[in-house]
Design a protein around this ligand. Structure first.
Ligand SMILES: [Fe+2]
Length: 144
Protein backbone atom coordinates (compact mmCIF):
# COMPACT_ATOMS: atom_id res chain seq x y z
CA UNK A 1 0.00 0.00 0.00
CA UNK A 2 1.08 3.51 -0.76
CA UNK A 3 2.56 5.59 2.02
CA UNK A 4 0.13 7.65 4.05
CA UNK A 5 0.86 11.32 3.59
CA UNK A 6 -0.65 14.57 4.75
CA UNK A 7 -1.56 17.30 2.30
CA UNK A 8 0.35 20.51 2.55
CA UNK A 9 -1.38 23.57 1.16
CA UNK A 10 0.49 25.21 -1.70
CA UNK A 11 -0.33 27.58 -4.55
CA UNK A 12 -0.76 24.59 -6.84
CA UNK A 13 -3.98 23.89 -4.92
CA UNK A 14 -5.34 27.42 -5.23
CA UNK A 15 -8.09 27.78 -7.81
CA UNK A 16 -7.86 31.59 -7.62
CA UNK A 17 -11.06 32.13 -5.64
CA UNK A 18 -10.54 33.14 -2.03
CA UNK A 19 -13.76 31.78 -0.57
CA UNK A 20 -13.42 28.38 -2.28
CA UNK A 21 -9.73 28.20 -1.35
CA UNK A 22 -10.61 28.78 2.32
CA UNK A 23 -13.09 25.87 2.21
CA UNK A 24 -10.51 23.62 0.57
CA UNK A 25 -7.96 24.58 3.24
CA UNK A 26 -10.42 23.57 5.96
CA UNK A 27 -11.12 20.25 4.20
CA UNK A 28 -7.39 19.55 3.95
CA UNK A 29 -7.06 20.43 7.63
CA UNK A 30 -9.67 17.81 8.54
CA UNK A 31 -8.01 15.30 6.21
CA UNK A 32 -4.71 15.87 8.04
CA UNK A 33 -6.50 15.28 11.35
CA UNK A 34 -7.65 11.92 9.99
CA UNK A 35 -4.06 11.02 9.10
CA UNK A 36 -3.01 11.90 12.67
CA UNK A 37 -5.71 9.60 14.04
CA UNK A 38 -4.25 6.75 11.98
CA UNK A 39 -0.68 7.58 13.03
CA UNK A 40 -1.70 7.71 16.69
CA UNK A 41 -3.62 4.45 16.16
CA UNK A 42 -6.92 5.78 17.44
CA UNK A 43 -9.88 3.45 17.15
CA UNK A 44 -12.26 3.38 14.20
CA UNK A 45 -15.09 5.13 15.99
CA UNK A 46 -13.00 8.28 16.39
CA UNK A 47 -11.95 8.08 12.75
CA UNK A 48 -15.61 7.67 11.76
CA UNK A 49 -16.57 10.70 13.85
CA UNK A 50 -14.01 12.97 12.16
CA UNK A 51 -14.85 11.51 8.75
CA UNK A 52 -18.50 12.40 9.22
CA UNK A 53 -17.48 15.91 10.28
CA UNK A 54 -15.60 16.10 6.98
CA UNK A 55 -18.68 14.87 5.12
CA UNK A 56 -20.86 17.56 6.74
CA UNK A 57 -18.37 20.21 5.77
CA UNK A 58 -18.10 18.79 2.24
CA UNK A 59 -21.88 18.93 1.79
CA UNK A 60 -21.94 22.57 2.85
CA UNK A 61 -19.02 23.33 0.56
CA UNK A 62 -20.57 21.50 -2.42
CA UNK A 63 -23.84 23.42 -2.01
CA UNK A 64 -21.93 26.68 -2.08
CA UNK A 65 -19.88 25.66 -5.12
CA UNK A 66 -22.93 24.43 -7.00
CA UNK A 67 -24.92 27.63 -6.49
CA UNK A 68 -21.85 29.63 -7.52
CA UNK A 69 -21.51 27.63 -10.78
CA UNK A 70 -25.23 28.09 -11.37
CA UNK A 71 -24.90 31.87 -11.06
CA UNK A 72 -22.45 32.21 -13.94
CA UNK A 73 -24.05 29.46 -16.02
CA UNK A 74 -21.21 26.97 -16.00
CA UNK A 75 -21.89 24.55 -18.89
CA UNK A 76 -20.39 21.48 -17.16
CA UNK A 77 -22.31 21.89 -13.92
CA UNK A 78 -24.15 18.55 -14.25
CA UNK A 79 -21.04 16.40 -14.46
CA UNK A 80 -19.46 18.45 -11.68
CA UNK A 81 -22.49 17.88 -9.45
CA UNK A 82 -22.40 14.17 -10.32
CA UNK A 83 -18.81 13.99 -9.12
CA UNK A 84 -19.83 15.61 -5.81
CA UNK A 85 -22.66 13.10 -5.39
CA UNK A 86 -20.38 10.16 -6.13
CA UNK A 87 -17.93 11.41 -3.50
CA UNK A 88 -20.66 11.73 -0.86
CA UNK A 89 -21.91 8.24 -1.68
CA UNK A 90 -18.45 6.70 -1.38
CA UNK A 91 -17.63 8.45 1.88
CA UNK A 92 -21.02 7.67 3.41
CA UNK A 93 -20.48 3.98 2.61
CA UNK A 94 -17.02 4.06 4.17
CA UNK A 95 -18.45 5.72 7.25
CA UNK A 96 -21.17 3.11 7.55
CA UNK A 97 -18.75 0.19 7.03
CA UNK A 98 -16.29 1.56 9.61
CA UNK A 99 -18.76 0.78 12.37
CA UNK A 100 -19.63 -2.65 10.98
CA UNK A 101 -18.18 -6.09 11.58
CA UNK A 102 -15.65 -6.00 8.73
CA UNK A 103 -14.44 -2.39 8.76
CA UNK A 104 -12.29 -1.09 5.88
CA UNK A 105 -8.72 -0.04 6.58
CA UNK A 106 -8.76 3.68 7.51
CA UNK A 107 -5.51 4.04 5.54
CA UNK A 108 -7.40 3.02 2.42
CA UNK A 109 -10.04 5.65 3.13
CA UNK A 110 -7.41 8.34 3.71
CA UNK A 111 -5.76 7.46 0.41
CA UNK A 112 -9.09 7.73 -1.37
CA UNK A 113 -9.65 11.16 0.21
CA UNK A 114 -6.19 12.46 -0.69
CA UNK A 115 -6.48 11.36 -4.30
CA UNK A 116 -10.06 12.55 -4.69
CA UNK A 117 -9.53 16.01 -3.22
CA UNK A 118 -6.23 16.80 -4.90
CA UNK A 119 -7.48 15.72 -8.31
CA UNK A 120 -10.92 17.31 -7.88
CA UNK A 121 -9.45 20.65 -6.83
CA UNK A 122 -6.71 20.71 -9.45
CA UNK A 123 -8.85 19.61 -12.39
CA UNK A 124 -12.61 19.80 -11.81
CA UNK A 125 -12.71 22.92 -9.64
CA UNK A 126 -10.01 24.78 -11.53
CA UNK A 127 -12.01 24.29 -14.74
CA UNK A 128 -15.06 26.20 -13.53
CA UNK A 129 -13.00 29.06 -12.14
CA UNK A 130 -11.08 29.32 -15.42
CA UNK A 131 -14.39 29.47 -17.27
CA UNK A 132 -15.74 32.05 -14.83
CA UNK A 133 -12.71 34.30 -15.38
CA UNK A 134 -13.04 33.96 -19.16
CA UNK A 135 -16.72 34.90 -19.06
CA UNK A 136 -15.94 37.86 -16.82
CA UNK A 137 -13.18 39.18 -19.08
CA UNK A 138 -15.49 38.98 -22.12
CA UNK A 139 -18.21 40.87 -20.25
CA UNK A 140 -15.77 43.64 -19.34
CA UNK A 141 -14.56 43.82 -22.94
CA UNK A 142 -18.12 44.12 -24.28
CA UNK A 143 -18.78 47.16 -22.14
CA UNK A 144 -15.63 49.04 -23.13
FE1 LIG B 1 -16.15 20.77 -6.69
Amino acid sequence: MEKLTKIEWSDSLSIGNKSVDEDHKELIHIYNDLVDLILFEKDNSEFARVLSRMTDYSLKHFRKEESYMQRFGYPHIDSHKASHREYIYNVAMYNFDLLGTTPPDPKKIAQFLRKWWTSHIQKTDMDYEKYHKEVNSKTIYKHM
